[in-house]
Design a protein around this ligand. Structure first.
Ligand code: HEM
Length: 216
């Protein structure tokens, strides 16, 4: 395959990226039209997804395909828990619930972590590279809309404190993708799973949009 895998996966998911980015929930959130409760509800959903991603990570550290991708500086669960304590209060755990789309998403991530490490890579890429990219736009908007301290409680999820240079990190990450230990057929299956990961994200946005129906 001539095209580097990092280019292939980015190009293949481009259309769905645009779809997720322009969902009405995201549009309302980034447009500053939603109350902080909607942002908190979204953060709750992320917590379920990252728990699945990161609980699955431990067992994959030595895996020949997924192992190189497991890097502690990416882990987001602790940051999400701090954000939720800030957004919902110390007893936030009593009130969180996953949307049906979130349940399906987290279950698929857990299933890949358990049974198909290459599929796990697709989910890893879709979330973490996105957080390191567009996530920064969301953070900036959230800080301004709801008055969170810059890079403080409420937006810690978006702050990768142990990653000094996100652009350099992303370059290295793309090299990891290019060298992924998979043949062409398996790479195609990873791309397909990445598209599925985007579809899960869009489904979560769609259901969040149903709970916070602002867009006309
Ligand atoms: C409003 C929401 C979003 C905005 C504004 C946004 C914006 C961006 C931008 C500007 C980049 C390019 C960064 C670069 O060139 O290095 C990017 C990359 C990326 N985004 Fe998003 N994004 C959003 C939502 C999402 C969602 C929901 C996902 C999936 C969960 C996602 C996944 C990704 C991925 C995987 C990349 C890396 C592409 C690559 O270089 O391989 N994004 N995003």
């Amino acid at each position: 395959m001539d095209t580097p895998f990092s280019t292939l996966i980015r190009t293949a998911s481009h259309e769905q990226h645009t779809e997720a980015e322009t969902s009405s929930f995201m549009g309302d959130l980034l447009g500053g039209r939603l109350a902080v409760d909607a942002y908190a509800r979204y953060t709750e959903q992320l917590w379920f997804v990252y728990r699945a991603l990161e609980e699955g990570a431990e067992a994959l550290r030595e895996d020949p395909v997924a192992g190189p991708f497991i890097q502690a500086e990416l882990f987001r669960t602790a940051a999400l828990e701090q954000d939720l304590a800030h957004l919902r209060g110390a007893d936030w755990r009593a009130g969180v619930s996953p949307l049906p789309a979130t349940v399906a998403y987290a279950e698929r991530v857990a299933e890949c972590a358990r049974d198909w490490p290459a599929g796990y890579v697709a989910h890893h890429y879709t979330r973490y590279l996105g957080d390191l990219s567009g996530g920064q736009i969301i953070r900036d908007k959230a800080e301004r809309t709801w008055g969170f301290t810059r890079k403080g409680d409420g937006v810690r999820f978006y702050v990768f404190e142990e990653i000094g240079n996100p652009a350099a990190f992303k370059r290295t990450y793309r090299e990891l993708l290019d060298g992924v230990n998979a043949d062409d057929l398996e790479k195609q299956r990873i791309v397909d799973e990445c598209k599925r990961a985007f579809a899960f994200n869009s489904a979560v946005f769609h259901q969040l949009g149903g709970e916070f129906p602002l867009s006309a």
